[in-house]
Design a protein around this ligand. Sequence first.
Ligand SMILES: NC(=O)c1ccc[n+]([C@@H]2O[C@H](COP(=O)([O-])OP(=O)(O)OC[C@H]3O[C@@H](n4cnc5c(N)ncnc54)[C@H](O)[C@@H]3O)[C@@H](O)[C@H]2O)c1
Ligand SMILES: O=C(CO)[C@@H](O)[C@H](O)[C@H](O)[C@H](O)COP(=O)(O)O
Ligand SMILES: [Co+2]
Length: 436
Amino acid sequence: MSVSPEHIRPGLATGTHHDDAVPFPRIEADGPVAHGERDSWLVHAHRSVRYEVRIRDRVFDLDHTDVLEAGGRGDGGSPRRFVVVDDEVDRVHGERIRGYLDHHGVDYAMTVLAASEASKEFDTAARVLERLDAFAIARRSEPVIIIGGGVLLDVAGLAASLYRRGTPFLRVPTTLIGLVDAGIGVKTGVNFNGHKNRLGTYAPADLTLLDRTFLGTLDRRQISNGLGEILKIALIKDLALFELLERHGAALLDERFQGLTPAGDDAARTALRRAVDGMLAELTPNLWEDDLERRVDYGHTFSPTLEMSALPALLHGEAVCVDMALTTVLACRRGLVTVAERDRVLAIMRTLELPCFHPLLDSELLVRALADTVRHRDGRQRLPLPLGIGEVCFVDDVTAEELATSVEIQRDLCAPALVAGRLGRQTEDVETSGRG
Ligand SMILES: NC(=O)c1ccc[n+]([C@@H]2O[C@H](COP(=O)([O-])OP(=O)(O)OC[C@H]3O[C@@H](n4cnc5c(N)ncnc54)[C@H](O)[C@@H]3O)[C@@H](O)[C@H]2O)c1
Ligand SMILES: O=C(CO)[C@@H](O)[C@H](O)[C@H](O)[C@H](O)COP(=O)(O)O
Ligand SMILES: [Co+2]
């Protein structure tokens, strides 16, 4: 149905007016018809999305109020909050978090969850929902507070987005992946039916507080894991960030982004800002992924299948890195990346202590992974490939033969490092292959 402006009848329903430029909600009718004679209605409503991502160190210091600024106070005059916390975060930081909530007179219920990729399932979200329902928060004025890594943010974010069809929430990411990726977009999710993030919602948190002091208690491997997603942003759009990783990647790992030296502090702040800035610039124009050609999908074509197949041997950022190594090799064969650029990319992966190969990577897995991703991208590969360092292009014509050849080259280039033990930890649950 085509609707010309004179046929649009604005403001037929009432509601909060979120966007001054557009009268809404509105119902569009195909030509003027008398009241009661219409048999087709096109409802057209807009809802603007507005959320804040704020860098704020030490959010649980008693004199910081960011965590409680959103939402209101209950009948008793004190804020009521349902809090979901990762179990490891609770072990290390729980006392401080409870002290903060007590100090501010919050009436709260806290659910502590063991969050891992293996338990990133709907049942875990359902457990959160049971407890949330028992605590019975107000629908609009008592935001759920979610504190943890990417898994917990995804699972508890899904629960909040489902509860009474959506209740507000606030996120405090505590891992590097959480700070630069999982905590700043609008996607929630759980794994389902053997597939990664197969169930989920698009639901922005009202506020995300990025507190890098949490990274001080993370394992070195988890820092490395997060650097995988920072490297993705660098490779798709930010050569300066790539160069920063080349210069300071080792210090970022050693210092866990805590700024133990002036140079390390500067590098940590700059890397976080550039990574968040780059990610949000990519996400904002396409929040609901109407366009399935996404540059931030780089490294996420083969990795979902690899990550799930290798579970729990490969972490998310590690699987993404193996995918990026493969596609860098493939792009080099196509002349999109020079040999020098390819080797520079593989070298930074080693500096960041990330794997660039995994023994499960063979042509059968790659073909299966690509087929699943093609389904996820509505029938086309829409495969992001690097164009030099700092840019990408999309292709739709990768063949099984090309994948088989590329993975052999990748194995030759990267497997020696695996065998030498530098990256050996990623293979511990998997039989190593005969080559390399
Ligand atoms: N929604 C999105 O847009 C999005 C984006 C990127 C990644 N993700 C998802 O994020 C997940 C990976 O997240 P992750 O890497 O944060 O893993 P994770 O949530 O499993 O956390 C890693 C480990 O660190 C522990 N931990 C968390 N914070 C800690 C702290 N401050 N100190 C000590 N230990 C701490 C956790 O208990 C866990 O064992 C994947 O499932 C991925 O799909 C989602
Ligand atoms: O890993 C994630 C999201 O889980 C991000 O790093 C990444 O940018 C993209 O969102 C993924 O490529 C797409 O994820 P999905 O559609 O498989 O959930
Ligand atoms: Co990712």
